[in-house]
Design a protein around this ligand. Structure first.
Ligand SMILES: [Zn+2]
Length: 162
């Protein structure tokens, strides 16, 4: 097992496959729909703006509205680590601040062995703001996994009645 695509210490290292890519639900796909190619490219461009001096792990994201607007995000870290915000939240918060409310898809990308998956906090935020969102998880070498946010977070916390 190489270091590429793994996280954790050598004794607890998890690979992308052990994190779920071996047993993808049937609605997940490793084929990038043609209409989402540009969104991944936007996430790659956004990644160049990442502020990640602590992790040295720049991440880019881009969210698309149903009216085809695209908003960019990148991870923005802080010396007070808890103040760090992930790229996915920066993207969707930027869109929300511009008045957008209807989202179709979000792409995130990093240099990672397996297509990068959103953290738990981002899954919670994305689900509340866009429960039908398609999430495109990608790396810089063409690896892609596409999954609905509702399957990435099957039991979300919901405070408001819908
Ligand atoms: Zn996150």
């Amino acid at each position: 097992m190489g270091r590429t695509g793994s996280i954790g210490s050598s004794s607890t290292r998890l690979t992308g496959q052990k994190l779920g890519f071996m047993q993808m639900p049937p609605t997940w796909t490793t084929d990038l729909p043609p209409d989402l190619k540009g969104l991944v490219e936007a996430a790659v461009r956004a990644r160049s703006n990442a502020y990640a001096p602590y992790s040295r792990f720049p991440v880019g994201a881009a969210v698309r509205t149903r009216s085809l607007g695209i908003y960019h995000g990148c991870n923005i870290e802080n010396g007070s680590y808890g103040a760090t915000v992930c790229a996915e939240r920066v993207a969707i918060f930027s869109a929300m601040a511009a008045g957008e409310r209807d989202f179709d898809a979000l792409a995130l990308v990093a240099e990672h062995g397996a297509p990068l998956t959103p953290c738990g906090i981002c899954r919670q935020v994305l689900f509340e703001l866009a429960p039908t969102l398609r999430v495109v998880m990608a790396n810089l070498t063409g690896g892609v996994t596409v999954a609905p946010i509702a399957q990435l977070l099957p039991a979300p916390f919901v405070l408001l009645e819908s």
